[in-house]
Design a protein around this ligand. Structure first.
Ligand code: VGL
Ligand code: ZN
Length: 206
């Protein structure tokens, strides 16, 4: 099976949802939709990657150390856990970013797995050409990740029903910029249609 498409889920962690340290307003509302995308990719045997913000206590990204953000997603903390409602399969690849004190780590393309392998190498090595991005937050890590993916020559789809931003104005601007860069917007119905041909071939009868 050719693995030319991958689902990339950005930072769906407790700290970015209601009750967390840096909540995206209603961030958790995208989770049921993301779970549908997860099922769609699983059914078609395409890889699923989840990035996580994974900062050390002394990250310069935090206000307390000269940065702009309240402390969030500190390595191994409860807030850094993936939201419990997100149904990540055991086969999902996890990559961590913002892990050294001097980096913000907005882009998932700077994230690495446990073997220090960068996201782009992980997915390129299995033949991924097209990526489908959802998660948090539209105006920061989703935007940075989607723009890096374009620079790395991937075809990029933004899952518009599976992203949420911190500021609605900044998120709208981010989406305009992403479209200018050639990123295509999809919703679940359109994405299912893109995959429809494949699902048929996996049926036993026909
Ligand atoms: C993010 C601000 C700070 C994000 C991460 O995941 O979009 N935003 N750290
Ligand atoms: Zn962060």
């Amino acid at each position: 099976m050719k693995k030319d498409k991958a689902l990339i889920i950005i930072d769906v962690q407790k700290d970015f949802c209601t009750g967390g340290a840096l909540p995206v307003p209603n961030g958790e509302r995208i989770i049921p939709v993301l779970n549908k995308y997860i099922s769609l990719f699983k059914k078609n045997r395409f890889p699923i990657v989840a990035s996580r913000d994974w900062h050390p206590e002394d990250s310069k990204h935090f206000k307390s150390n000269g940065g702009v953000w309240p402390k969030h997603c500190v390595v191994k903390s409860d807030g850094a856990k993936f939201h419990p409602k997100l149904c990540l399969p055991a086969s999902a690849k996890i990559v961590s970013k913002g892990t050294i004190p001097s980096e913000d780590g907005y882009s998932a393309f700077d994230a690495r797995d446990n073997n220090k392998k960068k996201l782009s190498r992980i997915i390129k090595s299995i033949g991924v050409k097209e990526i489908f991005i959802g998660g948090l937050a539209t105006d920061y890590c989703v935007k940075a990740s989607a723009l890096s993916a374009i620079k790395e020559n991937f075809k990029v789809y933004l899952l518009k029903d599976a992203v949420k931003g911190i500021s609605s104005k900044a998120s709208a601007d981010a989406i305009s910029l992403m479209r200018e860069k050639g990123i295509e917007l999809l919703d679940f119905r359109k994405a299912s249609k893109l995959f429809a041909g494949r699902v048929k071939y996996t049926r036993k009868e026909a």
